[in-house]
Write a protein that binds this ligand. Structure first.
Ligand code: FES
Ligand code: FES
Length: 219
């Protein structure tokens, strides 16, 4: 049976658990690692059970999408969510000094204010794709202009405008908060809107193709 060792406040707590145990489930029924393990939702949503694995991490399965979403770069530093793990081998962990990476929110004005979230320095388009935000795109590389959007709030939380964006956006549009989502990285919360593809004018000539495919309105 695997032995679980918890480092907490300078003390060590250790006990055996049945093979294939989930530590949060066990703590929930008042078996070790209760009362030494912090947890809340048990579903990979809150991050309360985040732990730094000190030994035995090589026996754990690959982090799932919930762990990647909540822990971000912390995965590389050895952080895991106990509620997402079924333990088959000895494991040593601590929850002392665990700091989850801060996350940012994106309010999707065009999607009736749906809010998605991600780690700091997220690329706006990639975050939208991952969280099913719905920002239109085609190339993902700054070429097609499809991901044109307007940062309604929080423009100060976006990074510097790239040369590729200047091919699709005028200075006046940039000043008004327009960006290409695939070229924009976020440092904090933003609100974003865009013109849905079905509302964009069709491309009628080569000269207007860029404006049309970018959803550019002549207003
Ligand atoms: S208990 Fe909430 S994420 Fe594990
Ligand atoms: S998706 Fe093509 S420019 Fe952004």
């Amino acid at each position: 049976m695997p032995t679980i060792t918890i480092h907490k406040g300078g003390e060590l707590f250790a006990a055996e658990v049945k093979e294939n145990s989930n530590l949060v489930v066990r703590a929930g029924i008042r078996q070790f690692p209760w009362p030494h393990l912090k947890y809340k939702c048990g579903m990979g949503n809150c991050g309360t059970c985040a732990s730094r694995i000190l030994k035995g991490g090589e026996h754990l399965p690959e982090p799932n999408w919930k762990e990647r979403k909540l822990l971000g770069d912390g995965i590389e530093a050895g952080y895991r969510l106990c509620c997402q793990l079924w333990i088959r081998e000895d494991l040593e962990l601590t929850q002392d000094d665990v700091v989850l990476p801060s996350r940012l929110s994106v309010t999707l004005v065009t999607r009736a204010g749906k809010v998605i979230s991600g780690p700091q320095n997220s690329n706006l388009l990639r975050l939208s794709i991952r969280e099913k935000g719905g920002i239109p795109f085609k190339c993902g590389g700054g070429l097609c202009g499809t991901c044109r959007c307007k940062i309604e709030k929080g423009i100060e939380n976006t990074d510097a405008v790239k040369d590729k964006e200047r091919k699709h956006l005028t200075e006046a549009e940039l000043a008004a908060g327009y960006r290409m989502a695939c070229q924009t990285f976020l440092k904090g919360d933003v609100s974003v809107s865009w013109i849905p593809l079905e509302d964009r004018p069709p491309a009628v000539s080569a000269g207007s193709a860029a404006a049309a495919s970018s959803g550019r309105r002549e207003d």
